[in-house]
Design a protein around this ligand. Sequence first.
Ligand SMILES: O=C(CO)[C@H](O)[C@H](O)COP(=O)(O)O
Length: 150
Amino acid sequence: MKIAIGSDHAGFKYKEQIIAHLKELGHEVKDCGTYSLDSTDYPLWIIPTAEAVARGECERGIVLGGSGNGEAMAANKVKGVRCALCWSDETAQLSRQHNNSNVLSIGERMISIEIALRIVDIWLTTEFEGGRHVNRIAELDRYEAGQPMQ
Ligand SMILES: O=C(CO)[C@H](O)[C@H](O)COP(=O)(O)O
């Protein structure tokens, strides 16, 4: 799978470790930065990561920051992106099964690297359930396309 990944300074260390992990698993990685621990603004790196997924260059994306909150917000500004902030096995699993998330957000200051890597593994290998969730996502897509909810 081709995976885009991006972080700010607060997610940089885990980004580097997750890149190594993904490569060990045989995935192709597009590193969208940042490239150092120097303080920076997360939208600069997260939006391009999400855009790589939205335009189909990458199948999935992973974004990281201190909490992962702003990173999820930034990624979800990009049309076609469904970014989920995950902090446990179950949130990672459900973000795929119910939400068909195509971008994963992780907060480096919130969880250990061991949990982060397990979340990545679960998120990459869990399938979307479909069924009742298909229409819910279609409703989001319709709203994103400018159609009224009712
Ligand atoms: O998680 C984040 C956004 O949601 C950022 O990584 C965090 O706000 C950076 O904080 P600081 O500039 O204090 O290192």
